[in-house]
Design a protein around this ligand. Sequence first.
Ligand code: NAD
Length: 261
Amino acid sequence: MTLKNKTAIVTGSTSGIGLAIARAFAAEGANIVINGLGDADAIEAERVAIEREFNVPCIYVRADMMRGEEITGMVAAASERFGGCDILVNNAGIQFVSPIDAFPDDKWEAVIRINLVAAFYSIKAALPHMKSRGWGRIVNVASAHALVASPYKSAYVAAKHGIAGLTKTVALEVAEAGITVNAIAPGYVWTPLVERQIPDTMAARSLTREQVIQDVLLEAQPTKRFVTVEQVAALAVYLCSEAAASVTGTVMPIDGGWTAH
Ligand code: NAD
């Protein structure tokens, strides 16, 4: 129970990596704020499951990461319910795959807003709570694409390189305040985000589904295995622990060796 009495906001936690992180924090005793879009009944079922399985309070705040004022409102709602915000995980993200000369303007802007700009608003809103307690943990879920590029993912790679820079900058600004700021850089993790990009990658590269999985996705990953959401969540728990108090400003790969190339 390393996170007992801590309040954790995890954006984009109605699915995939974010949901696994929220559940792992709940297992460590934290109060949980889940966020994300999707079917209301399915989200309520996940929220109730967290409360029942881990015996911690869990609220859902439906803030759209495209909108700064809703992100600020999410942090305010968390603080109102739990009296503060100790841990912030910026995890919500979307992907769009297209050659840059055909990249739709609205998709480019949405990828940048959700994957990068949203973290600016949430960090800005959460930091005063962390500073007032002299303790805080910010974990940004970046990607191997924060360190290396792949073709047809210009918006995503730009946003993830951006979040790496934001992570390092904020880490320096709050280093003396008991607050650490780190990014996790996963390789391919089998989640709906990866599943959804397969058809577009098939079209962009004229490949079959199996070819995309083997020759595009797992080709980059020397282990030839997908990273699991539980492995990413365990790293997030470590980064929020006391043992990680001196770990700050890092962009930490968990990518089966991808970025060792
Ligand atoms: P996912 O599609 O399973 O989950 C994405 C979450 O973000 C969902 O909860 C969704 O509701 C939420 N979301 C999307 N748009 C939103 C918006 N406008 N407002 C609020 N919430 C919104 O994806 P995932 O694979 O779990 O991805 C989570 C994070 O991990 C993303 O930042 C992604 O870039 C990163 N990542 C994923 C992989 C991978 O292989 N799956 C690899 C590296 C990094």
